[in-house]
Design a protein around this ligand. Structure first.
Ligand code: KG4
Ligand code: ZN
Length: 369
């Protein structure tokens, strides 16, 4: 019998510069002949990130002007190295050029976004390749589809909890690329709360990975911290009260910051505070995701964004999904924090809806609806 299925490959170059990571990636999409987007496979050929963390750590956070200047220096070498790692030479061989270019257009820092957008624009003009402007949060959603194990297809509808430094969102995904926001934070994002609490304890920037590491040695039940909005009837979040509760606890219990925590007892107190804070954040995030799931009845639960790298959250979400009968896909750790592979995948997923314009502009305040 003649096979009715044909497979076609497309190569996408993704570029991401929305904050302080200059990233490029090449993703190969295998489309099935039936053109069903849900059957497409996204394999990462190469993904590179040039991080500016060390530079911004001196200031305790990202300095936009410094970030933009570093993107200008870093981005082209990162793109060149990405092609080299994928064993492609787009200068010598036309067939090595990507079929589509995808760049983060927003949300993010205006001057950082502009470096990525104009670099992508120049490459698109030089190579005569279609350029797609991608929403960074759609990128985080798409990260769940990167490098899925053979034979695994994510069953939709799904609910994805996207937690990053700027966003905390519960997203209802009916089809790949068709999303609706069910709830979001009314004040600080989860990652922002991590970064602010780390600052209070003088732990360094970014706070999430440091708190996660210290929490592993602590007792999460020692400090009883609030779980803001855990039981509110809506699907929104709030984290600024939790940060304030930590501030008052540090003041009232005279907890020393890391630089002054010289004794083993002082250090243990910080480990316990980190573990208690981490428990409070992950409790609220998982409870609200389950509340959304009970209302919507998805087939699958997903997790994405920088805070999806958090060890407590990864475990709690997986256990909660299993106990409540939802399929769960644990996004690869390497695609949780900002990267360009997720932007390439989102560019492909949203290409039909993308406006084809000769010039695209950065859109720093572009929020998903
Ligand atoms: O997605 P992302 O790389 O950038 C934004 O789009 O914001 O997320 C960065 C955030 C930072 O707030 C960082 O502290 C947090 O993700 N983060 C973590 C962990 N790794 C990164 N938070 C908790 N635990 C982690 N292991
Ligand atoms: Zn991000």
């Amino acid at each position: 019998m003649k096979s009715t299925r044909h497979e076609k490959n497309m190569k996408i170059l993704g570029i991401e510069t929305s904050c302080d990571e200059s990233a490029a990636a090449l993703v190969e999409v295998t489309e099935s002949g039936r053109k069903l987007l849900k059957e497409s496979r996204f394999s990462v050929l190469a993904s590179l990130i040039s991080s500016q963390i060390k530079i911004h750590a001196q200031y305790g956070g990202v300095v936009p002007e410094v970030a933009a200047r570093n993107h200008i220096n870093n981005l082209l070498p990162v793109i060149k190295e990405t092609f080299a790692r994928a064993k492609l030479d787009p200068v010598k061989n036309k067939k090595d050029r990507p079929d589509i270019l995808a760049v983060t257009r927003g949300p993010g820092l205006a001057t950082s976004l502009q470096v990525g957008v104009w670099t992508a624009q120049a490459l698109s003009l030089a190579w005569q390749v279609q350029l797609i402007g991608v929403n960074h949060m759609q990128g985080h959603l798409a990260s769940n589809w990167l490098d899925l194990p053979a034979g695994i297809t994510l069953q939709l509808p799904a609910i994805c909890l996207t937690v990053s430094g700027g966003h905390t969102e519960l997203v209802w995904i009916t089809k790949l690329g068709v999303n609706k926001i069910l709830g979001r934070t009314v004040d600080d994002a989860a990652g922002e709360a991590y970064d602010k609490v780390a600052k209070l304890l003088d732990l360094g920037y970014p706070g999430g990975p440091i708190i996660d590491k210290l929490a592993a040695q602590g007792n999460s039940t020692r400090f009883n911290l609030p779980r803001p909005m855990r039981n509110s009837p809506d699907l929104n979040f709030s984290f600024s009260g939790l940060k304030t509760a930590v501030l008052y606890l540090i003041r009232d219990a005279k907890i020393k910051p890391w630089s002054k925590a010289t004794s083993a007892k002082d250090k243990e107190t910080i480990y316990d505070l980190c573990a208690s804070f981490q428990a409070a954040v992950s409790d609220v995030l998982v409870s609200k995701t389950l509340k959304a799931a009970a209302k919507r009845k998805p087939k699958t639960l997903l997790l994405s964004g920088g805070v999806a790298a958090n060890s407590a959250l990864r475990i709690k979400m997986q256990v909660a999904a299993e106990q409540n009968g939802y399929a769960f896909n644990l996004v690869h750790l390497r695609y949780t924090t900002d990267n360009a592979a997720m932007i390439a995948a989102a560019g492909y997923i949203n290409r039909a809806k993308a406006k084809v314009a000769p010039i695209i502009h950065a859109q720093p305040n572009w929020e998903l609806k």
